[in-house]
Design a protein around this ligand. Structure first.
Ligand code: NAI
Ligand code: MG
Length: 355
């Protein structure tokens, strides 16, 4: 098949990890006789430097026309002046909103070979297989902000329709898994959470009688995620809670650098990115973990292009590399650490030989 893929490297380690995923996509194209046309565009701080805006019109237009978007990460100290009129993160929020990407899928499945990198006791991790579905285009990240000399406010609001569509997506995904959905909110305090809970209850009851739905408050969920991670299958939650809980969930897998994500809407374009940020502390050193972005490319093939076999090939290649101890510095715990390029080469070699 032929597919147009927009690549948005962004800032910090973004260009390093997207370059790895691009190499992997090209290897898959060769192996399975597909043609992927990759178009690179600006976003985030790199876009601010070049054009003055974090999401140039050309980037958004290219993304709208593409079959899928692969993104690295945005942000960094250079653009982090709190009083700056434009910030890299605005570009990310704006593209998610403009493409209607309301469901952010963040799977976590600790790999047995990388379990040593996790701070959690190994017996708690065996068999963990979670999918967090984070609402991505509503809530407090998109509400009105105010600031005066003496106060500030951020508005959190959700509509019934926004909650319905993401809960529905989570229930559909649970059908293809173990049929269990945990909806996370703060309904004991927040009105948006009480609405969230009512809507989730109704959608599950009326449309998904085959799914079991439970509710958890976000604070105790933060604890349960570490104390009994095997108890969860699909977790659906609002934007900020999902952002925080998935960084926490990454510790089950061993590193933030391992986790991929897929952002989907009702339209045809999906966006794929690792869950981590631009990691300015290690940017430019060639040591970033590219697995999360490579696995995001696998999700791109599966969800946007319908290429499940090819996606499985990438996931198998990653599993095999981890199995063989191909660890970047964040996973190596002081042991033998491979560079971003060496990790990528190990995955490429396995795509050519094992799938
Ligand atoms: P971060 O996710 O960039 O880094 C947190 C820690 O994890 C750092 O110590 C970093 O070195 C490490 N880490 C992250 N990804 C890694 C990888 N692939 N390999 C090895 N180590 C990795 O979060 P932080 O430091 O809070 O934010 C840095 C910048 O990134 C900020 O400007 C922030 O706004 C931005 N950011 C952007 C996101 C995005 O583009 N989606 C998401 C989160 C933060
Ligand atoms: Mg985050």
């Amino acid at each position: 098949m032929h597919a147009d893929i927009v690549v948005l490297p962004g800032d910090g380690i973004g260009p390093e990890v997207t370059a790895a995923a691009v190499d992997v996509l090209q290897a898959v194209a060769r192996r399975y006789s597909h043609r992927f046309t990759l178009h690179e565009h600006l976003i985030g701080g790199a876009a601010i430097d070049a054009t003055g805006t974090p999401l140039p019109d050309a980037t958004l237009a290219a993304a709208r026309d593409a079959d899928a978007v692969l993104l690295g990460a945005v942000g960094g100290p250079k653009w982090s002046d709190p009083n700056a009129a434009v910030r890299p993160e605005q570009g990310l929020l704006a593209i998610r909103k403009a493409l209607g990407l309301y469901a952010n899928l963040r799977p976590t499945r600790p790999h047995s070979a990388a379990i040593g990198a996790s701070p959690i006791k190994p017996h708690l991790l065996a068999g963990v297989d979670l999918l967090v579905v984070r609402e991505l285009t509503g809530g407090i990240y998109f509400g009105e902000r105010t600031r005066t000399e003496t106060s500030a406010s951020d508005l959190c609001s959700y509509t019934v329709a926004e909650i319905e569509r993401v809960v529905r997506r989570a229930c559909l995904l649970a059908r293809g898994r173990r049929g269990h959905v945990t909806s996370v909110d703060k309904a004991n305090v927040l009105e948006t959470s009480r609405l969230w809970r009512d809507v989730a209850t109704r959608i599950a009851r009326d449309e998904f009688p085959d799914i079991t739905l439970e509710h958890q408050l976000v604070d105790s969920m933060a604890m349960h995620l570490l104390s009994k991670p095997r108890a969860f299958d699909v977790i659906v939650t609002e934007n900020m809670f999902g952002d925080i809980l998935t960084d926490e969930a990454s510790m089950l897998a061993g590193s933030l650098g391992l986790l991929p994500s897929a952002s989907l809407g009702d339209g045809s374009v999906g966006m794929y990115e690792p869950i981590h940020g631009s990691a300015p502390d290690i940017a430019g050193q060639g040591i970033a973990n590219p697995y999360g972005t490579i696995l995001s490319a696998a999700l791109l093939l599966r969800y946007s292009l319908g290429l499940s076999m090819e996606a499985g090939c990438i996931e198998q290649a990653v599993d095999s590399a981890l199995e063989d101890g191909v660890f970047s510095a964040d996973l190596a715990a002081g042991g033998d650490a491979r560079s971003t390029r060496e990790v990528t080469a190990a995955v490429l070699e396995r795509i050519e030989t094992t799938c």
